[in-house]
Design a protein around this ligand. Sequence first.
Ligand code: C2E
Ligand code: MG
Ligand code: MG
Length: 576
Amino acid sequence: MKGFLTKDYKRRVLVVDDELINRELLGAMLSQTFEIAFASNGEEAMASLEEGDYSLILLDLLMPVMDGFAVIERCQEDERLRRIPIIVMTSEKSAEVRSIRMGAADFITKPYDMPEVILARCERIIEMSEDKSIIRSTERDKVSGLYTRGYFFAYLQRRQPALDARMDALVLNIDRFHMINELYGREKGDRVLSHFGQLIAEALPEIRGIACRSDSDTFFVCCKRQDGYEPMIRQMQERLAEASESRGLHIRAGIYSCDDNAADPESWFSRAKGACDRIRGQYGVLTARYDSEQYARTVYHERLIGDVESAIRNRDFVVYYQPKYNIKSDRPTLTSAEALIRWIHPELGFISPGDFIPLFEQNGLIRQVDDYVWHEAASQIKRWRDQYGVTIPVSVNVSRVDVFDPQLEDKLMDIVESCSLRPDDLMPEITESAYSDSADRLIEVVGSLRKSGFKIEMDDFGSGYSSLNMLTEIPFDVLKIDMQFIRRMLIDDKNLRLVKLVMDIAAFLGVPVVAEGVEEKEQLDALKEMGCDIVQGYYFSPPLPADRFEELIRKEYPRPNSADSAEAHHDVNSEK
Ligand code: C2E
Ligand code: MG
Ligand code: MG
């Protein structure tokens, strides 16, 4: 800031004194450097201040009509005038202390004896106040008028030891704000943010809080703990919708009660944000409180999402194989397998698919993961074929998300061809509930895959709500009855009758049935009696790593690499 008083721009200084001689003296000292205006009492001074922009006020204290103390007081009450530094001019020591306490920046003692000292003081005070206003401009977010994120956290960090324990951290967000930007343009988007900033600012005095805009449409508030925030948020939502003429606007708030004094302000807000994210898109729900289990889950999920790429690279995903047995004849025969993914995480250990598949379905990562599993399974079939001379068909799970992948068929075909397999060696298992996501798309995809020679297994049959509709609309090759029915079959007669019904329907359609989740001999016997074709479950074997599965192959086909077994091709259809 050195040298800021350049020749081409003179700061304006207001000299307020009732004695002409003093005004003239000061004018002479300062007019080379500043542009000077004069006032002879407080009232005149206030009038000048109303009209113009000043960088400094030199103020006499004892004046008729309105004295200097009253001027300081009036300036302090005004947002704009408060920022103009005041130097008081006095000969009384007690008045100096009082005026500084009231907000004056400095004082000059009368009579004025050393002009250079007075000039230097004026320059220094202006410089300091301009430095401060630069800081002020980085305090404020231009769009919303609230604090910036940086300033907000710096402030909380400084105040944290003194903060009352009963504080709440709130994260406020406008649902689907990007749509406003996309539909109506950024300008309108900025107006909505500015309205929202104003509404938050208006609420702050009552809840005794401070606020900032963190980024885009996310706002942070730290305030005294309130009983509930619903009415406040609801009112904000209504007023924001009205002011911005967007009736579909929804606001949601995540709340964290800052009881944990050890945690720092950043983590209060990351917890509140977790709560806020949880209710995204649930339009009836305006607020959600942080819950520690939920938060731990979110952090865990973020970790898993972040680790997918390295897991694929480092082969931390391992494919297990669960055998399926044909039970038509007296002795059950190994007929095929299902590929089931496991994650052997280098730090988190063994992770079941139930913990990450639904998560990856939400964000599309499942496509990469499935692609990996399909490749692995296909190469495994080839390896076993090369080694044991038999082709063990393996079914692979195809997520509902994959169904929407326009490349799905090409991908599967490439995989099969790259391992010199036939399409019916790698059987897509598609869960029945994919039908309720998009029946038309599923019908199209299944039809097309079958035309290319793939055999489709309908997984978890009976678990959805569309079973019967689906049966008539989708041409599939194998029906895999949902595990829940098998589990309850011998406890509850209704389930037993349902299983029978599914068998009858399958017989009518001419497709084999796989019963999965078979754990007990009684279940196996009952299924056999009903005419079930194939069984998968812990009764025979849990899913196994490839080398353990190999032992089953060796047991089933004891003559490895013999010429007559090389041609053998087993699949669920030929076993029927
Ligand atoms: P799913 O496709 O219905 O697979 C059958 C699940 O039942 C497997 O669970 C299997 O380990 C389990 N299971 C088999 N026999 C028994 C039994 O006798 N008793 C009990 N209690 N369970 C049995 P898993 O491996 O935990 O997989 C769960 C689900 O995760 C799968 O259900 C499938 O929907 C999904 N999944 C697994 N691997 C993949 C994959 O590579 N891609 C996709 N998209 N989903 C996969
Ligand atoms: Mg399956
Ligand atoms: Mg299943």
